[in-house]
Design a protein around this ligand. Structure first.
Ligand code: 13P
Length: 236
């Protein structure tokens, strides 16, 4: 399973170091078999001395090596830490910062060309969910436009916008039904994200097409994140 933490705009450089140390100790001592990913904010990126199964990634970057793009980071800043994993298409990038599908696809193509592992996020807003499963599937498929789904380093995260940061996860039935449809097009590992926490991790990880979780809020506390890793380990 893949158990991933998206810090979003949380944690400092020093608290990230502390977090990574605690996480590493837990993973080593528990002998966890999970693939663990952490996406700290850009200011806290670093080379962390962690077990091989823990991957550090970047939450966002502009598809350039370097240049005049105030406020953005590019390949040069990521390369400094030898990082090779990136989140693309997160709903907060799309909806708060206005990233279009064309920009997401451009970022995808750039980082694919650079051989990055890409966690590509899709997910429908509430008004689409209210229209029923057909609208949901159409909306999510539209977010795959321009994305090379045959890329071997692709992971897709299905994160319904209405379930993100709300404390209200999608139901097991909703996730299961949506992932079954997504599976028709997506062969890559599929993660679910949206109010995942220790209390619902087990039922979500048991969903047939679900290969892991991408966690925001609940994962900012390292103990809770480790608890979710332990739940995945228990499931075998
Ligand atoms: P929450 O776990 O806070 O709902 O966030 C999910 C998410 O957006 C992960 O990328």
């Amino acid at each position: 399973m893949i158990i991933a933490s998206n810090f979003k705009t949380n944690h400092t450089r020093s608290s990230t170091h502390e977090y990574m140390q605690k996480l590493d100790t837990f993973v080593r001592e528990s002998g966890s078999a999970q693939r663990v990913m952490v996406f700290p904010p850009a200011t806290a990126l670093d080379r962390f001395d962690t077990a091989e199964q823990i991957t550090t990634g970047v939450q966002n970057a502009y598809p350039v090596e370097k240049g005049s793009f105030t406020g953005e980071i590019g390949l040069e800043q990521i390369d400094e830490f030898g990082l090779k994993t990136i989140l693309i298409g997160h709903s907060e990038r799309r909806h708060i910062f206005g990233e279009t599908q064309a920009l997401c696809a451009k970022k995808y193509a750039f980082f694919q060309e650079q051989g990055f592992e890409i966690v590509y996020c899709i997910g429908e807003p509430r008004e689409v969910r209210e229209q029923g499963i057909e609208a949901v599937v159409d909306y999510n498929f539209a977010q795959l436009e321009g994305i090379d789904l045959s890329y071997e380093k692709l992971i897709v995260a299905y994160e319904p916008v209405w379930a993100i940061g709300t404390g209200l996860s999608a139901s097991v039935e909703q996730i299961d039904e949506t992932m079954t449809h997504l599976r028709k097009k997506i062969k890559a590992p599929l993660l679910y994200g949206g109010s995942v926490k220790p209390a619902n991790t087990e039922e979500i990880l048991k969903i047939a097409d679900c290969d892991g979780v991408l966690v925001g809020t609940a994962s900012w506390d390292v103990e809770a994140f480790c608890e979710m890793i332990a739940i995945a380990d228990k499931l075998g």
